[in-house]
Design a protein around this ligand. Structure first.
Ligand code: FES
Length: 124
């Protein structure tokens, strides 16, 4: 079943930052990577450690427990496909970020983030 989780755009992290949110009994970490919001379950697929305080280098998040590194865009372990984050698809609607039902991504799946901020200028 698809279920939306609503987080206000004002709650979104600034570029390069992250926010941990507890929504409907689950922990979700939002990352802003170069203006694109990515949402993941706060649970490492290796052994369940919290990822909220993992080291972020560009779009690569390192699990603080055992050091696996995940690409936030693809959800995959860097250099060893097969273990993936549980990403949430993020959409915007006016003042809300709607994250759709979490799903474990197949590596390279298209569970995408969303760009927030001003819309591109209209063409003349
Ligand atoms: S729990 Fe994350 S790498 Fe082991």
């Amino acid at each position: 079943m698809t279920r939306n989780i609503r987080i206000t755009v004002a709650d979104a992290p600034a570029i390069g930052e992250r926010r941990l949110r507890f929504v409907d009994g689950r922990s979700v970490v939002l990352f802003n990577v170069e203006g694109v919001i990515h949402a993941i379950d706060d649970s490492c697929p290796h052994n369940g450690a919290s990822l909220a305080n993992g080291r972020l280098d560009g779009r690569v998040l390192q699990c603080p427990a055992h050091g696996l590194r995940f690409d936030l865009v693809s959800g995959c372990v860097v250099g060893a496909p097969g273990m993936c984050l549980t990403k949430l698809v993020v959409e915007t609607s006016s003042a809300n970020l709607n994250t759709l039902s979490p799903h474990r991504t197949a590596c390279g799946d298209s569970a995408t983030g969303v760009t927030i901020g001003p819309s591109p200028a209209a063409p003349y």
